[in-house]
Design a protein around this ligand. Structure first.
Ligand code: COA
Length: 185
């Protein structure tokens, strides 16, 4: 049974992934450029189908300590644009980590900004979280720009903090507090 989840925010809608998203989802998740600075490798079709099945009716948020993946769709026609992810920390579920991915053809048009703003609004105004964090490879310029565009603060530069794609990678830690969100109005 699907647990209803749908947030409309400007041009984007956050909703559950659906089996009908598979062709678009599989195409961008198979793209090495999309995966370049992410913790996962390009997906095959079966992996993409299983991934959608796993999250199509998942609770949002997931239990603390587990990630949930959420579709980013275009409000106008519900077409999949990308996905975002939310993880409440196991030891402190008032703190979340988020991630975001857009299919290449939808990048550079402000959709990620609108989706991340909608996810932050959900985190602070619906879930009453205290703090939301995102980790970004400093070489991932579009992601760095996105974090700063939505008002996330760069709190740290962790040197060689993760092993991805066969190398140690630096990470910037970005975060926003509930107080920052409230102050920004
Ligand atoms: C990270 C990622 C989601 C950023 O997406 P993005 O499309 O660059 O971000 P936005 O949606 O905010 O779009 C911003 C661009 O759209 C432009 N834009 C056009 N219309 C806009 C609007 N209405 N509102 C805001 N920006 C708009 C901005 O000027 C900006 O252009 P620029 O890149 O030339 O400066 C995307 O690069 C991506 O999916 N990368 C692959 C996955 C990845 O690495 N994810 C991050 C892991 S930490």
């Amino acid at each position: 049974m699907e647990i209803p989840f749908s947030i409309d925010a400007g041009r984007v809608r956050l909703r559950h992934l659906r089996p009908t998203d598979l062709p678009i989802f599989a195409a961008y998740r198979a793209d090495p450029a999309v995966c370049r600075f992410q913790g996962f490798d390009p997906f095959g079709l079966v992996e993409a189908r299983d991934f959608i099945a796993q999250y199509a009716a998942a609770p949002i948020p997931a239990a603390p300590g587990e990630w949930v993946q959420i579709a980013i769709a275009r409000s106008a026609d519900d077409q999949l644009l990308g996905d975002c992810a939310l993880h409440l920390q196991a030891h402190e579920p008032r703190i979340a980590e988020v991630g975001i991915t857009l299919a290449p053809r939808w990048q550079g048009q402000g959709y990620a900004s609108e989706a991340l703003q909608a996810l932050l609004k959900f985190c602070f105004e619906e879930l009453a979280l205290h703090r939301v964090v995102a980790l970004v490879d400093p070489r991932n310029q579009p992601s760095v720009a996105l974090m700063e565009r939505v008002g996330m603060r760069r709190e740290g530069h962790f040197r060689q903090n993760g092993w991805y794609k066969g190398e140690w990678c630096d990470e910037y830690q970005y975060a926003l507090l509930a107080a920052d969100w409230a102050a920004a109005g």
